[in-house]
Ligand binder design. Structure first.
Ligand code: GRF
Length: 260
């Protein structure tokens, strides 16, 4: 049985779908904690009601402390800005701006808070279920202790690599796509760029609205996420690399997921 930790920011309907799939035996797993980046995340109450231990790290108050009372702000002692900047692909390369440096420092403080709560639990997989914060290498490296075995999954409301970011279904809709979808992927140092585990698509018809597109997408997410987590629980996911160069002579590699 795998132990699954979860991070959420909102209603937690994906977390609930995964929890129910565990309860129904569709996944040989158990949710061992649910954390949030804000005390008001509605999904926390749902998780508590189901007996799942919860915690929250108030990102907004950490950001406020950094900006308004810096003397009270503290960085984790093991934070190395050079290492984080060198690894992260959240921003364009080159010399980081002061704003980007501040972003990494604030995130490290918040992520250290998450990690200290998570340290109380043993877990095999961490799922981001509507967790709306970008994770930095500071956090990712402390969860993915073996880089060859990623164990952080995310669900995204679009058919990646199209429409990364915070509003996948909205971007899909506004772009006038005729097909929408959702994607489950392992988290890497970029934003929604990690190796893809599973995707599901749905048609967008003339009678659809932004709301019906979101509804269709969410219903598919509740199927896709448990399926992908079941594959992880069965040890059937292997990350390998594949040549990805576009231009002649360009030798880039991309990490992809093979399902056995
Ligand atoms: C989902 O559409 C997910 O893809 C996106 O945020 C939404 C969260 O839904 N990242 P919920 O909190 O799981 O209900």
């Amino acid at each position: 049985m795998i132990r699954i930790g979860a991070l959420i920011s909102g209603t937690g309907s994906n977390l609930e779908a995964v929890r129910q799939a565990c309860e129904a035996g569709e996944i040989d797993g158990k949710i061992v904690f649910a954390g949030a980046d804000k005390p008001s995340a509605k999904g926390l109450a749902k998780a508590e009601k189901a007996g799942v231990p919860t915690f929250e790290v108030d990102y907004a108050s950490i950001i406020k402390t950094f900006k308004t009372s810096f003397e009270k702000f503290s960085l984790p002692p093991d934070f190395d800005i050079n290492q984080v900047v060198a690894k992260s692909r959240l921003f364009e390369g080159g010399v980081p701006t002061d704003e980007e440096i501040d972003f990494f420092r604030i995130r490290a403080a918040a992520e250290a808070g998450l990690l200290s709560h998570m340290a109380a639990y043993s877990f095999d997989l961490l799922i981001l279920a509507g967790f709306m914060r970008k994770l930095t290498p500071y956090f990712i490296d402390r969860v993915n202790t073996d880089p060859a075995v990623p164990r952080i999954m995310n669900i995204h409301p679009a058919l990646l690599p199209s429409f990364p970011g915070t509003d996948g279904y909205g971007d899909t809709w506004r772009y006038g796509c005729k097909v929408g979808g959702c994607t489950v992927h392992f988290v890497d140092y970029g934003e929604d760029t990690g190796p893809i585990i599973g995707q599901k698509a749905f048609p967008i018809t003339p009678s659809d609205t932004l709301e019906t597109v979101k509804e269709k997408g969410l219903h598919l997410e509740w199927q896709l996420y448990p399926e992908c987590i079941r594959l992880f629980a069965e040890g059937r996911l292997k990350v390998t690399t594949r040549p990805y160069g576009r231009a002649a002579g360009e030798s880039r590699e991309r990490r992809v997921v093979n399902i056995s």
